[in-house]
Design a protein around this ligand. Structure first.
Ligand SMILES: [Zn+2]
Length: 350
């Protein structure tokens, strides 16, 4: 009854691998502060309802808040389904206060539950109603489809090294993006940064000793499918991958350089310091598409960007070219050109 007091449309987007509602469904909402509380919930309370998780994401220069909330996106639908719910709604994994829901993948499974992300203002409005102790009913109409047999391709370019072309420094970005925006920051920026850095190295009077390979991965967003295919197809060659790194965090300025390779660190830092980049430590990650290569033992470096604003736009309709600052993009390109050149020139045989 009380739902009639607050009738309003909600800004939502279906998650990747969501199911459809097959027409409009309407059900009472049961709210949880996080995934663990949903997992611990009594099935009797959840069955027949729309599950809702309202966990805000904190803002952080390195995007550290994402790791806390992204499990909600992956698992809310499947956990809710196990407990007999009819749909799942999560607060978007984002740091903005705009009425844009953030898309993103959920876990792929057979007969998935309808699962969607709410914009932050809508998530907060629902919470205000629930905090008054009122019964909340939401109507959903989610229609999704999967294109069977779709094929996409990694795009690979290599500049052969002048001494030993078999040894490669792999730099990467990904070509796909979510449907709502244009993919300018995720990951058009990474494509521009890595391709432009390779082009600068190619304009030098002589090639580095070892090869520079640019890989623009297909289908990162649904689960790094292109990266997994690359690691499988090139597995015999991975021992000759001197380093790998991906640019996949927008176009914010690089502020720290991380690598466990001391020779590369020492050679790069005088140049990077001139670009306002600090010396870091061992790289903890080098981008999602590099994960299969890390598992195969390929060394990495990371040019850590300032991502304070990244999750305001990530996977939303607001991921557009105007969010990219040309000077910051150039600083990224300069940093990548320095590190990739040094990695391919001086360090391959060490
Ligand atoms: Zn990305």
């Amino acid at each position: 009854m009380s739902c009639l007091l607050y009738p309003q449309p909600l800004a939502i987007t279906a998650l990747g691998h969501s199911g459809s509602t097959d027409g409009e469904i309407s059900a009472e909402v049961i709210a949880f502060p996080n995934l663990a509380s949903l997992q611990a919930a009594d099935e009797k309370l959840v069955a027949g309802k729309i599950v809702r998780i309202n966990q805000p994401m904190f803002r952080d220069r390195e995007g550290a808040g994402y790791a806390d909330v992204v499990p909600n996106r992956y698992a809310a639908g499947s956990v809710a389904k196990e407990k007999g719910a009819v749909a799942a709604l999560i607060r978007s994994a984002g740091t903005d206060s705009h009425r844009f829901p953030h898309a993103g993948a959920s876990t792929r499974e057979d007969n998935p539950l309808p699962a969607a992300a709410l914009s932050a203002p809508d998530a907060e409005q629902l919470q205000r109603i629930l905090d008054r102790g009122e019964t909340l009913t939401v109507a959903l109409d989610i229609k999704v489809s999967e294109q069977p047999g779709g094929e996409s391709y990694n795009v690979i370019a290599q500049m052969d090294g002048r001494v030993d072309a078999k040894k490669v420094v792999l730099i990467a970005a990904h070509l796909d993006s979510w449907d709502l925006g244009t993919g300018a920051i995720d990951d058009g920026a990474g494509v521009a940064i890595t391709v432009a850095a390779a082009q600068l190295i190619g304009e030098l009077s002589q090639r580095p000793k070892h090869s520079v390979r640019v890989v623009l991965f297909a289908n990162e967003e649904q689960g790094i499918w292109g990266a997994k295919a690359y690691a499988e197809q090139h597995k015999d060659e991975l021992k000759n991958h001197l380093f790998a790194s991906e640019s996949d965090f927008g176009a914010g300025p690089v502020w720290r350089f991380d690598t466990a390779n001391e020779a590369l660190m020492n050679k790069a830092m005088p140049h990077l310091a001139a670009l306002n980049i600090e010396k870091g430590g061992e790289a903890s990650s080098a981008g999602p598409d590099i994960t299969p290569l890390v598992e195969a033992g390929v060394p990495i470096f990371q040019l850590q960007q300032d991502g304070t604003d990244y999750f305001d736009y990530h996977h939303t309709a607001d991921d557009t070219l105007d969010k990219i600052d040309a000077e910051e993009l150039k600083q990224n390109i300069a940093a990548w050109a320095v590190v990739v050149f040094l990695a391919a020139e001086d360090l391959g045989s060490e």
